[in-house]
Write a protein that binds this ligand. Structure first.
Ligand SMILES: Nc1nc2c(ncn2[C@@H]2O[C@H](COP(=O)(O)OP(=O)(O)OP(=O)(O)O)[C@@H](O)[C@H]2O)c(=O)[nH]1
Ligand SMILES: [Mg+2]
Length: 330
């Protein structure tokens, strides 16, 4: 891994091009990425990760820009990851984000990266976590992850964050709609952006009601609703205060344990993805399934048969790997 160790050395010296290259490797699921992440992993865990999601056009990028500016005023270094699952290439939306974040891009204390995936949605979530991990290991102290909150892929991406900020704005649907879409369920903090526009107060009131009806308290964290405006700068300080307060709360609840549970979920997803991939493309189960379907059997029956074949005599379950401990050298 000659190229890899050279890259690692440059990364450790603080070379941003090396950081960018590593994220590209993560994005492409390049085989050189794994060993490097492993070598860096001891450095991972110092950064604070804030996920920012919400409907299209709510002002997520504008808020990220404002939050990055405010964080830079407190001398924190900032990494920004804009994840766009819907755009397989660097399309118009991402270009728009780049332009809006332009005033941050000249600052060496800020690293901005857009990411999209040609791969499955699961791949995107994994690549986002990987990208956050390398930014963390690079020494960036605050990581802002932006994604459009519309589907499962985006929620999976939010699984990388310590704190999820849901951005809504007047005109883009009311609080009930946000609740129906499941957005509020992932929120640790709700920002009502564009409070310089009419309708913001009404939205805040709607949300307060919605949050009280269904999610009176999530565990013992009360989700704050913060009116703000990325355009005027109003409320940005209060937003950051809410983030800091949430961090304090999470630490009091056991930050390490919470992070480990998230890692556990990542392992589960990774395992499921790799296992399915293996069964499908290497172990011949795709063909077996296709054949059984040709005999007019239901998908449920076909999966049950395949599963019993996988887990049966000579299959995974009889190898007793878990009892021995999967990570114990044989
Ligand atoms: N009046 C007003 N306009 C805002 C505010 N924040 C953002 N905008 C405008 O809203 C539009 C969308 O802002 P973005 O920051 O791109 O929103 P976004 O949520 O990142 O959008 P996507 O990434 O495309 O989903 C832009 O035209 C912004 O200038 C605000 O606080 N007040
Ligand atoms: Mg955006």
């Amino acid at each position: 891994m000659g190229a890899g160790s050279d890259l690692l050395e440059r990364f450790r010296r603080g070379d941003r091009a090396a950081l960018a290259r590593l994220i590209t490797w993560a994005e492409n699921d390049d085989e050189r990425f794994g060993p490097i992440l492993e070598a860096l992993f001891e450095q991972v865990g110092r950064a604070w990760r804030l996920g920012i999601t919400g409907p299209p056009g709510a002002g997520k990028s504008s808020l990220v820009n404002e939050l990055a500016r405010a964080l830079r005023e407190t001398s924190k270094t900032v990494g920004v990851l804009a994840v766009d699952p819907s755009s397989p290439f660097t399309g118009g939306a991402l270009l728009g984000d780049r332009i809006r974040m332009e005033d941050r891009t000249l600052d060496p204390g800020v690293f901005i990266r857009s990411m999209a995936s040609r791969d499955s949605h699961g791949g995107l979530a994994r690549a986002s976590v990987d990208a956050c991990d390398v930014m963390d290991a690079f020494g960036l102290e605050r990581i802002l992850i932006e994604t459009v909150g519309v589907g499962q892929a985006e929620y999976d991406v939010m699984g990388a964050a310590d704190c999820v900020l849901v951005v809504l704005c007047p005109g883009a649907g009311d609080g009930i709609q946000a609740m129906k879409s499941g957005l509020l369920e992932v929120a640790d903090i709700v920002a009502v952006n564009k409070c310089d526009l009419p309708g913001a107060e009404r939205l805040v009131a709607d949300l307060e009601e919605a949050l009280h009806v269904r999610f009176v308290r999530r565990r013992n964290w009360e989700v704050p609703i913060v009116p703000c405006s990325a355009a005027t700068g109003e409320g940005i300080e209060r937003l950051l205060e809410a983030v800091v307060k949430h961090r304090g709360w999470l630490e009091s609840q056991g930050l390490e344990a919470a992070r480990r549970l998230r890692r556990l979920e990542q392992v589960r997803q990774e395992l499921a993805a790799r296992l399915t991939q293996h069964l499908w493309s290497e172990a011949g189960y795709r063909e077996a399934a296709l054949e059984a379907l040709g005999e007019r059997r239901s998908p449920r029956e076909v999966s049950a048969r395949l599963l019993s074949d996988i887990l049966g005599e000579g299959g995974i379950a009889t190898r007793k790997a878990p009892a021995r401990g999967p990570l114990t050298p044989q």
